[in-house]
Design a protein. Structure first.
Length: 107
C-alpha cells in the first residue's frame, strides 16, 4: 500500500514544477497502467504513483520504469513470486537515479 500522504507531498512539489508536456506523459502512463489495473496485473497505488511521478519528472519517468523493471526481474529470478509490489521499486529507482545524478529535479 502506498500512503496517500506521500502522494500529496509529491503533488505539492508538482505545483512548483508544473509543465504541460509532463501532463501528456502522465496521461499516457495513466491510461496504460489503468488498463493493467483493470486486468488485475498491478495495484491502483502503483497507477497513482506512476501518474504523479510522471507529472513531476516528465520523460525521465521512462528511465525510472526501465530501472525498476530491471530490478524486479532480478528479484523475481531469486524469489519466484507471482505478485510484486511495484511501488517500492519505483521509489527505490527514483531515489537511486537521483543520487547517481541521472535525474535532475528543478524546483
Amino acid at each position: 500500500m502506498i500512503p496517500d500522504t506521500c502522494l500529496i507531498i509529491l503533488i505539492i512539489l508538482i505545483i512548483f514544477n508544473f509543465n504541460y508536456y509532463n501532463l501528456f506523459y502522465s496521461f499516457l502512463l495513466f491510461i496504460i497502467s489503468y488498463s493493467y489495473w483493470k486486468k488485475d496485473k498491478m495495484g491502483f497505488g502503483d497507477v497513482k504513483l506512476l501518474s504523479i511521478l510522471s507529472l513531476l519528472l516528465g520523460k525521465s519517468i521512462f528511465s525510472i520504469i526501465i530501472c525498476s523493471l530491471f530490478i524486479v526481474i532480478l528479484v523475481n529470478l531469486i524469489k519466484k513470486t507471482d505478485k510484486i509490489p511495484l511501488g517500492f521499486y519505483l521509489s527505490f529507482s527514483t531515489i537511486a537515479l537521483f543520487f547517481l545524478g541521472v535525474l535532475q529535479i528543478d524546483l
